[in-house]
Design a protein around this ligand. Structure first.
Ligand code: NDP
Length: 273
């Protein structure tokens, strides 16, 4: 498809339900202010039954925005055009309108890729374990599809979901928990374990000694899994870097240029610490 810059959105929204507390308006507001972009970004709590009508209204308005749980797959199905990565992930987290055409992208894919490369200093591993098989895991697999010789083992609580996700990628294979971790050089937590309590997706002794650790979950003061893994000598990173990168990439899709990541990090420092 044509990935050229879209017409500038007249307004921006975040579609999700329930939205609760979200950092997206804070990140986008800070970077747009820093770049002199005067476009409103509002969180819009949209129940499933109102999604179609809301998207129709957004197309009429020439709006753009982000999508979060639970609408990423539904919006991908509604888009008239998808970027290659949105197609591979089967989910949309960023959209815009090109005339009457609703265009969907997935900057979680590039966000994960950039954050991971920064942690790994571009020394990309080939044996990777992904825990989880939801929308976030699909984005990770879409990114890992482009890593040279990457072989991805996928574990999920519901094994059939891991099997059907892995089947969409030629370099991904489902497996049992111990099995996928056994020789991993990189372990990615794409489950929501650790989001609401101090539970950890793996014990430390389950991690291979030199494995790097990426937790897509983020919360104030890092997740216990990331903090503990670092104490045990692993290179480790939580989901904040990915969050900032996916937001920056979305802003670059809407407005071109280079989004002000430093302004985003400063806003995060103020809100998350
Ligand atoms: P989904 O609801 O699509 O998937 C949730 C996943 O977590 C499923 O694999 C589910 O397994 C698993 N899971 C939930 N609870 C447990 C549990 N108690 N034990 C084992 N597995 C569990 O969510 P997403 O994929 O969209 O998001 C996953 C996480 O990634 C969230 O915490 C989200 O905040 C984070 N995320 C971070 C981003 C970032 O920018 N840093 C971007 C996107 C997401 P099952 O299939 O068996 O239910």
């Amino acid at each position: 498809m044509n990935d050229s810059p879209p017409p500038r959105p007249r307004r921006l929204v975040l579609l999700g339900h329930p939205l609760g507390h979200t950092l997206s308006p804070i990140l986008h507001g800070a970077a747009m202010r820093a770049s002199g972009i005067d476009v409103a970004y509002r969180a819009l709590d949209v129940p499933q039954q109102d999604l179609d009508a809301t998207l129709d209204a957004l197309v009429r308005d020439g709006a753009g925005g982000n999508v979060t749980i639970p609408h990423k797959v539904a919006v991908a199905r509604r888009c008239t055009r998808l970027t290659h990565v949105a197609e591979r992930a089967g989910a949309v987290n960023t959209f815009w309108c090109d005339g009457e055409t609703l265009v969907g992208d997935n900057t979680d894919v590039g966000g994960f890729d950039r954050a991971a490369r920064a942690l790994l200093r571009d020394e990309l591993p080939t044996r990777i374990a992904v825990l989880g098989a939801g929308g976030a895991a699909a984005g990770v697999l879409a990114a890992l599809e482009a890593w040279p010789n990457a072989r991805v083992r996928v574990w999920n609580r519901s094994a059939e979901r891991a099997a059907s996700l892995a089947a969409r990628f030629t370099n991904a294979f489902p497996g049992g928990f111990d099995d996928v971790l056994s020789d991993a050089e990189l372990v990615v937590n794409a489950t929501s374990i650790g989001l609401r309590d101090d539970a950890m997706p793996t014990e430390m002794r389950a991690l291979p000694r030199r494995a790097a650790v990426i937790d897509l979950v983020y919360r104030r003061g890092e997740t216990p899994w990331v903090r503990t893994a670092r104490l045990h000598g692993h290179r480790a990173m939580d989901g904040l870097a990915m969050l900032v990168e996916q937001a920056a990439l979305a802003q670059e899709r809407w407005f071109g240029g280079v989004a002000d990541r430093a302004a985003m990090w400063a806003a995060l420092d103020a809100h998350v610490g």
